[in-house]
Design a protein around this ligand. Structure first.
Ligand code: NAD
Ligand code: UD1
Length: 339
């Protein structure tokens, strides 16, 4: 299949690009490079073994640019990664987040429809469950209250696509609710490249390990979890990438609407991650216990059996490989793609 990847130069998109080619597909990337670097696409092309990745630097809100791409290429499906994703920033800049994520998706869906491409895989998030009523979380769990504009955009965009598919049965909509993606390509050539101070746990740990930050702040050790720190379902980004390849089957089967949790089904605490990182990589991670972070929940991990049953997909990598590959990337690229 030939797949349009919006936001394909980003962390998850660049890894998915590689797995798509590995599985015999081709892809075209559209990205405004707001939160990514063209170098990621150069390196992805090297890993894949092609001269260059078909790419257009454009904003998905730019209808003219999108029309141009669709006029010149046939796409069997779109995997829609493009969006702003920093939770804290979304609280400070709600209008920018709503505008980019909502409007970008509206323009994309409309242009897709006009060009007869009605197959989409959307990057959603476990954040749509809010503080989950039941653990492990299944896809039937009711969606919860999102505490920030970023989460609201994911929840609302899911609803937009559900309604669109209901109104027009020609659409196939696959909503992938990612849990906590970490790790990097095992080559260490591509990985996560956050701007400024990382919000998420693993990039913060790797920056402590490389000496860019003094110590990790552990947000709370009084949660009702085995060691008191927050528990999450960390998933290797390469496993997340192959989940997108597997999700194409739901489109091939004309499933209409399909929703999948994409995680490992295992919950690890902050200290599990820190201790595993230190053991596997033989580096020290100094840390200090701080108060809880506003908006955090105690425990979040999924039941990934629906994806296993219907897509034949299960995560292959464990926490050790996630820690090894995160460090391998950071060590080879101390300043990300600027190195
Ligand atoms: P990322 O920031 O690395 O990638 C997103 C890409 O989209 C970037 O390259 C950015 O430049 C591009 N982009 C943003 N707005 C755009 C626009 N208007 N037009 C064109 N390009 C635009 O993020 P990621 O971690 O790869 O996440 C990909 C998707 O998965 C996002 O939608 C994110 O919300 C979602 N998601 C991520 C996580 C996570 O922990 N990384 C978890 C759940 C869901
Ligand atoms: C966050 C987002 C969520 C998003 C997800 C994946 C919030 C409230 N939620 O989830 O919307 O989908 O990232 O991108 O931000 N931690 C520390 N110290 C740190 C960083 C994190 O102790 O410096 C802890 C957190 O308290 C949490 C765990 O590590 O218990 C994981 O945090 P993080 O990586 O930010 O992911 P989430 O909070 O699960």
């Amino acid at each position: 299949m030939n797949i349009l990847l919006t936001g394909g130069a980003g962390f998850i998109g660049s890894h998915t690009l590689i797995e798509l080619y590995k599985a015999g597909h081709t892809a075209f990337v559209i990205d405004n490079l707001y939160n990514s670097d063209r170098e990621a696409l150069r390196r992805a092309a090297q890993i894949i073994g092609i001269d260059e990745v078909p790419f257009m630097k454009a904003d998905i809100r730019d209808r003219k640019a999108l029309n141009e791409v669709f006029d010149h290429h046939h796409f069997d499906a779109c995997i829609h990664f493009a969006g702003l994703k920093a939770v804290g920033e979304s609280v400070a800049k709600p209008l920018e987040y709503y505008e980019n994520n909502m409007n970008g998706t509206f323009v994309l869906l409309d242009v897709m429809r006009k060009h007869g491409c009605k197959n989409i895989i959307f990057s959603s998030s476990a954040t749509v469950y809010g503080d989950p009523a039941v653990i492990p979380i299944t896809e039937d769990c009711p969606k919860g209250h999102c505490t920030n504009p970023y989460g609201q955009t994911k929840s609302m965009l899911e609803q937009v696509m559900i309604d669109l598919q209901k109104a027009d049965g020609e659409w196939n909509v696959v909503l992938l609710r990612y849990f906590n993606p970490i790790g990097a390509h095992p080559s260490g050539r591509i990985g996560e490249n956050p701007n400024g101070i990382p919000n998420n746990l693993m990039p913060y740990i790797t920056q402590v390990a490389i000496g860019r930050r003094e110590r990790l702040n552990v947000f709370g050790n009084d949660y009702p979890t085995p060691d008191g720190t927050g528990v999450r379902d960390y998933i290797h980004v390469v496993d997340l990438a192959t989940a997108h390849v597997a999700a194409l089957q739901a489109i091939i089967r004309h499933q209409g609407l399909a929703i999948y949790n994409i995680g490992t089904g295992h919950g690890y605490s902050v200290l599990d991650v820190v201790n595993t990182f230190m053991r596997v990589n033989k580096v020290d991670i100094p840390y200090v216990i701080m108060p809880r972070r506003a908006g955090d929940i105690a425990t979040c991990y999924c039941d990934p059996q629906k994806a296993a049953r219907e897509l034949g997909w299960t995560a292959q990598y464990g926490l050790e490989e996630m820690c090894r590959d995160s460090w391998n990337w950071q060590r080879q690229n101390p300043n990300g793609y600027q190195s």
